[in-house]
Design a protein around this ligand. Structure first.
Ligand code: AMP
Ligand code: MN
Ligand code: MN
Ligand code: MN
Length: 290
């Protein structure tokens, strides 16, 4: 009897954990390879996962192959940082990864990111933080270098106690913005994703520090550019924020999405794949129209 009860509970829990439409792999600043991430998704009971690496779709093909083998639906995605606001990120879901214009912009962003590496080293050195680019490159597995890799190098060298502290004191300051890389505008990013047959979603509206009225205006504007969805459910959103975002999504007729922004424990320590922070996204059930 008890066994049956536990089994039913277990089955129900598995059904509830359906989607995670915002995750990162080693193709950008995630800790796990696309294959590892899909296997983890399978293990935690997700049926669908979107790979939304920053400014690249390089991890998608490997993830799709693994998903086909182990029975997890993998959606090809991308998360593009835009220049309108430092926390404004546009997610493209179900994008055509072979689209030439998208590939070209992603390649340009990659080039610009490489040029920024030395600017960051010099910026930190001016502040008395001496970090070797070779050490940071090692942490990045000799692939592209991201700010979290600099943050980890700073932790390892004892300049800060945590990745969060590195961002707060050095890597996420107004001064840092002066050495920041070039980014497309929201209008450009949305057009790019739409042209690549993707569904455009505004990521983590709760991180935008807009008032409800400002967000309302922005959604009007972004919808005019071709925005189709809003990431109402997100790891760091409070219940009140989620409620507001659901209302705004309804008002602007936007698709509601859910995403943890999973990167792996050393980078975003509290965020778990599929369930968010302290299981806050565990009960979210959504159906996708694509
Ligand atoms: P980059 O594109 O190199 O500027 O790196 C941006 C990445 O840094 C974001 O995608 C986040 O994953 C990460 N990031 C930003 N702020 C923080 C933070 N406070 N703690 C950990 N990671 C962060
Ligand atoms: Mn990231
Ligand atoms: Mn983001
Ligand atoms: Mn993200």
């Amino acid at each position: 009897m008890l066994y049956t009860f536990i089994s039913i509970q277990f089955l129900l829990m598995r059904c509830l954990k359906l989607l995670d439409l915002h995750t990162h792999t080693t193709a950008s600043d995630g800790l796990y390879t696309p294959t590892e991430l899909v296997l983890m998704a399978k293990e935690v009971g997700l049926t669908t996962i979107a790979i939304t690496d920053h400014d690249t779709t390089d991890g998608v093909e490997e993830a799709v192959k693994c998903g086909e083998k182990c029975g997890v639906r993998v959606i090809s995605g991308v998360e593009i940082s835009v220049s309108d606001n430092k926390e404004m990120h546009i997610i493209g879901l179900n994008v055509d990864i072979k689209n030439e214009a998208l590939k070209k912009v992603c390649d340009e962003i990659k080039g610009d990111r490489s040029a920024r590496r030395q600017r960051i080293v010099d910026f930190l050195a001016e502040k008395g933080v001496d970090i070797l680019l070779t050490d940071v490159a090692k942490l990045a597995g000799d692939k592209l270098i991201w700010r979290p890799h600099f943050a980890m190098a700073m932790v390892n060298a004892g300049y800060v106690k945590s990745v969060d502290e590195a961002f707060r004191l050095y890597l996420d300051t107004p001064e840092f913005q002066k050495i920041e890389r070039q980014k497309p505008t929201a209008e450009e990013a949305i057009k790019l994703i739409n042209d690549a047959a993707g569904v455009c979603v505004l990521a983590h509206p709760g991180r935008l520090s807009f008032s409800p009225a400002e967000l309302d205006n922005w959604l009007e504007k972004l919808k005019g550019f071709g925005l189709k969805g809003l990431e109402c459910y997100y790891s760091t959103h409070t219940k009140e924020q989620t409620r507001l975002f659901l209302e705004l999504a309804k008002k602007h007729e936007l698709l509601v999405t859910v995403g943890t922004d999973f990167h792996g424990d050393k980078i975003k320590e509290k965020i778990k794949l599929g369930t968010g922070i302290d299981n806050n996204l565990k009960e979210v059930k959504l159906a996708l129209p694509f």
